[in-house]
Design a protein around this ligand. Structure first.
Ligand SMILES: Cc1cc2nc3c(=O)[nH]c(=O)nc-3n(C[C@H](O)[C@H](O)[C@H](O)COP(=O)(O)OP(=O)(O)OC[C@H]3O[C@@H](n4cnc5c(N)ncnc54)[C@H](O)[C@@H]3O)c2cc1C
Length: 403
């Protein structure tokens, strides 16, 4: 048996939350992370000037009760930064269209089509519906294709038409009033991952991809790419579904096959800082949504303003090279590519759930219910940070109850 009680594979928010819960319960935890940093989709880029921007997740809400409890426990409540309201705007070619949020929607919608369909919003149910079938029934097919579909795809940075409608947005009734309604952290959201990785009884090893898992007499052993074996009584897999299926293939082939049914999308994010004076023409606090372009969305750092710099992350569809991405970004912002400073890139893998996803989750839970192998991530109840925290805490509670 190894020297740790618990082994966690994957150092994103799911794995680190699991590690946090186990460590708080007095267990020693080893986290194996393949990347040279923790955080996964919490991917803050920090420049030499101290200006930071997000290449991945950017916003937490005070309805993320589980996350705020974890932040409290890590002493991070004092590092919370409120975010100003974001203005979602549409982009047509190189033009940012007038109006934002509801006003933008009302400008862009065809009113006769909306008038015919809108009454359905009082009777339509999300259960058993895709994002397309649910929302197109409420706004009409043309309104969906031109306006609402691109907006809904911008949220998970991938085509969202086939997502189960119930998974995309969730109403969370409880709010922590002592937290701002929407917030980030000093130094960006990666600060949460970094604080979790520094907890007592948690050891994180970076650059350690797990390649396979083996069942042992006392628990499990994970094998890393360098051939090392790491044994523990409890193992939590907190990686993307494709990676989980590969790691599980030998030790739990039936589970691996179920997990492999979850499809994935790649998001290629490119971020940069621009001197604020050079983009003074661009409205602040923007979340830009193109009608049809090579990117899904542009997220600005404006909700946490800086006097000298503005930061932007373009979330591209896969396949463009860096020069083409820079050129597209510069053209839309009406600056020269050389004006884009502190450029950084990040490739994220996100789940692409489809109708019937809850059956996959139920199968995973059935196959793991009695054992000390835990599976967590952003592909259970939803993709948000809070969904990850919630899943990891539930998985820890389940396995802790086994004794
Ligand atoms: C562009 C973007 C914007 C987003 N915006 C928001 C937002 O504003 N608010 C919000 O709530 N959510 C947002 N999300 C979603 C949210 O950030 C993610 O769903 C969540 O952070 C995923 O966490 P995770 O730990 O489950 O997975 P990941 O963050 O993907 O972490 C998995 C980790 O496992 C590691 N790993 C993979 N394979 C192996 C292996 N074999 N061995 C060891 N390690 C491995 C990876 O390197 C990674 O670090 C956004 C996501 C993206 C991509």
């Amino acid at each position: 048996m190894g020297t740790h009680d618990v082994l966690v594979i994957g150092g994103g928010i799911s794995g680190l939350t699991f590690a946090h819960e186990a460590a708080r319960a007095g267990r020693s935890v080893l986290v194996l992370e393949q990347a040279p940093r923790v955080g996964g989709c919490l991917a803050t880029h920090r420049g030499a000037s101290g200006f930071w921007y997000e290449l991945g997740a950017h916003t937490c809400y005070n309805s993320y009760v589980g996350l705020t409890e974890v932040l409290d426990a890590c002493g991070l409540a004092k590092a919370v930064l409120p975010r100003a309201r974001t203005h979602m705007r549409m982009v047509e070619g190189d033009r940012v269209l007038p109006g934002s949020n509801l006003a933008m929607l009302l400008r862009q919608f065809s009113w006769p089509e909306l008038a015919v369909h809108a009454p359905r919003m009082f009777t339509a149910k999300k259960d058993g519906q895709t994002v397309y079938s649910y929302y197109a029934s409420i706004v009409g097919r043309r309104n969906y294709g031109k306006v609402l579909g691109p907006m809904l795809s911008a949220v998970p940075s991938q085509p969202a038409d086939a997502f189960p409608a119930a998974m995309l947005f969730k109403t969370r009734s409880t709010r922590r009033q002592e937290y701002p309604r929407s917030f980030t952290l000093q130094g960006g959201l990666a600060s949460a991952a970094e604080a979790l990785a520094r907890q007592p009884r948690v050891e994180v090893r970076l650059g350690q991809p797990a390649t396979s898992l083996e069942a042992t007499a006392g628990g499990y052993a994970a094998v890393t790419a360098d051939g090392a074996r790491h044994e523990a009584r409890v193992v939590a897999l907190a990686v993307t579904p494709g990676a989980a299926a590969r790691v599980l293939a030998a030790a739990a082939p039936e589970l691996a096959q179920v997990v492999a049914r979850v499809k994935e999308a790649q998001v290629e994010s490119l971020g940069f800082a621009v001197a604020a004076a050079k983009v003074a023409h661009l409205p602040v606090s923007t979340f830009l949504v193109p009608q049809d372009d090579v990117f899904h969305s542009v997220v600005s750092r404006d909700p946490v303003p800086d006097a000298a710099w503005r930061g932007f992350a373009f979330h591209f569809k896969p396949g463009l090279d860096r020069a083409a991405k820079l050129a597209r970004a510069a053209r839309l912002l009406r600056v020269a590519p050389a004006d884009l400073e502190d450029v950084a890139e990040q490739r994220s893998v996100l789940p692409s759930p489809v109708l019937g996803h809850e059956q996959v989750v139920a199968e995973v839970d059935r196959l793991t219910s009695a054992g000390r192998l835990c599976v967590t991530g952003n592909w259970f109840a939803g993709l948000s940070i809070e969904d990850c925290v919630d899943r990891s805490r539930r998985e820890w509670a389940r396995v802790a109850a086994l004794g």
